[in-house]
Ligand binder design. Structure first.
Ligand code: NCD
Length: 359
């Protein structure tokens, strides 16, 4: 069974074939907010998507729903876990086993790191990670579609990632994806408290990626081809005072863009709080609303592929062994039956759910 849990699991060829399908949908003369080409209009006819949102979402939730409807499928699900048996103490495993009996594809957002990976162990149908505690691969499909569509290529670009690089799952997924391209230069712009986690640094080193970490935005703007702004993730701060110290640290204004390249792409996964001034919206380099629309097309392409697989019982999973991961946000900390799974990251043993180093 093919799931989409982490963008790193896709090969470049698999991404290119997904992008090709996405382009076929977009290039159809009638595609822009009108029905997709006939061949795609019924591509998921009779297929049902379960949409399990354990955390707030606007774009991801709506774009998945509209994507499924536009390729002929139907949708059920929840956007508030308080209305489900999770509130009665049901495990993720039981919810997934039951839901995968009703649906042909499960789309899940969950704040715990590794939640989508955990769900995939128990599902009879493909699981798509719509954002867990550390990865957001379908946002990355939107991001790569935007860059490829508007710049014609991804290789060789200088990409600035700015804001909350510690907690921002979109950034982590994008870094993993860009490792598949050549000649990318990363400018990681964050306050020291919100710098990328060590396992992401190890990942970039292992893949021989060029990166520099800076705290100031203005000095590096002139060098960038893509500036990917992100929100400071208030809900992921343990200490509210630390959020108070970090909020508002970067604000992109029209004036700051004066020194940027003419063909820069200003991107943002949205929602924005105050990190991009409203007057930037009218600058032709601001592409974040188009980026959200490209996300719908990318999800249409993804669903036509993944949701049409045959149902398949997953391999039995051993239970009862205490997970070795000590990351408090890892899904293994709350779903105690999960088997400890280990993977190598830069030659180091890491938890296969959350990527954190195992000690
Ligand atoms: C992002 C997310 O949820 O991680 N939004 C999105 O999916 N488009 C970014 C964010 O919440 O800041």
């Amino acid at each position: 069974m093919r799931h989409l849990i982490d963008f790193g699991d896709l090969t470049r060829a698999e991404w290119e074939s997904l992008y090709q399908r996405c382009s076929d949908i977009m290039d159809h003369p009638a595609s822009c907010f009108r029905p997709p080409p006939p061949v795609f209009r019924a591509a998921c006819r009779g297929r049902v998507m379960a949409s399990l949102f354990y955390e707030p979402s606007t774009r991801t939730n709506f774009s998945f729903q509209t994507a499924m409807l536009r390729v002929g499928g139907t949708v059920f699900g929840f956007a508030d876990p308080k209305s489900t048996s999770t509130a009665k103490g049901e495990t993720l495993k039981d919810t997934i086993k039951m839901v995968s009996g009703y649906a042909d594809v499960v789309v899940m957002r969950n704040p715990k790191e590794g939640a989508a990976k955990a769900a995939s162990l128990y599902s009879d149908v493909p699981v798509i990670n719509a954002g867990d505690g550390h990865m957001h691969p379908t946002q990355t499909t939107a991001d790569l579609t935007t860059i490829t569509r508007l710049r014609g290529k991804v290789d060789g670009l200088s990409v600035g990632l700015c804001g909350d690089l510690k907690n921002g799952r979109t950034v982590h997924s994008l870094i993993k994806a860009l490792a598949k391209f050549e000649g990318i230069k990363f400018f990681l712009i964050a306050p020291r408290e919100l710098a990328v986690p060590e396992y992401m640094r190890a990942f970039m080193r292992e893949h021989g990626m060029w990166f520099t970490e800076v705290t100031g935005l203005e000095a590096v703007i002139p060098q960038l081809d893509v500036l990917y702004m992100t929100r400071i993730q208030r809900e992921r701060f343990v200490d509210p005072l630390e959020y108070e110290r970090c909020k508002g640290v970067y604000v992109l204004t029209r004036r700051k863009l004066d020194r940027a390249k003419k063909e820069l792409l200003v991107m943002h996964p949205l929602p924005r709080v105050d990190e991009i001034a409203i007057d930037v919206d009218d600058d032709p380099r601001a592409v974040y609303f188009e980026q959200a629309r490209y996300g719908m097309y990318a999800r249409m392409a993804l669903l036509t592929d993944l949701a049409n697989q045959e149902r398949e019982k997953p391999e039995p999973v051993e239970i009862g062994v205490k997970p070795a991961c000590s990351n408090p946000n890892c899904i293994t900390q709350t779903e105690h039956y999960l088997p400890p799974l280990v993977k190598q990251n830069g030659g180091v043993d890491c938890c296969a759910y959350c990527d954190k180093e195992l000690r």
